[in-house]
Ligand binder design. Sequence first.
Ligand SMILES: Cc1cc2nc3c(=O)[nH]c(=O)nc-3n(C[C@H](O)[C@H](O)[C@H](O)COP(=O)(O)O)c2cc1C
Length: 178
Amino acid sequence: MSETKRVAWCITGSGHYLKESIDILYGMENIDLFLSKAGEEVLKWYDYDLKIFKKKGIKVFKDTTASSAPVSLLYEGVYNLVIVSPATSNTIAQMAYGLSDTLVTNMFAQAGKCKVHSIVFACDTEPTVITQAPKKPVTLYPREIELQNYENLKSFKNVDVVDTVNKLKSAIKNFNER
Ligand SMILES: Cc1cc2nc3c(=O)[nH]c(=O)nc-3n(C[C@H](O)[C@H](O)[C@H](O)COP(=O)(O)O)c2cc1C
């Protein structure tokens, strides 16, 4: 049996940095995709058909069970890296406070408990953010609570929290080289 460990790439309901995240994951191998319910919806808003991932051989896990059943794959040692990119403000808040009631926040929490490394790309990290809504760019002003949650998450062990595409690429490269 192959010893190759896989990457669990989690997509949440963020339009911000969605395209950039997908461009990066397309260039990687041994990836499975995990979607929050909002992630699944937002992919449709931005015209991504789940069939495209399946055609590329990427297995897609949707958020359809109360217990987040796919986390059992972490217990089986299938993954050595969990990436949450893009991560919404909601998911950042849940993760920073140790909550886990979506597939993605469960993957993050269980990765922590299994000592599996995580990389999180937080999108709302500046006082002003220009984001791509489905039809046009929009300027948003993240609140103090969003910035605080982002800062809190940075103190977690075994977790890299990044705030730019280049830092995401570097974190993945550093992980692969260690
Ligand atoms: C088109 C669209 C784009 C969105 N983009 C963002 C975003 O960039 N950042 C964000 O924090 N929430 C965004 N949202 C809102 C989230 O999808 C919503 O907060 C959702 O509850 C997040 O759930 P999740 O964190 O479980 O994926 C967007 C919603 C829509 C409809």
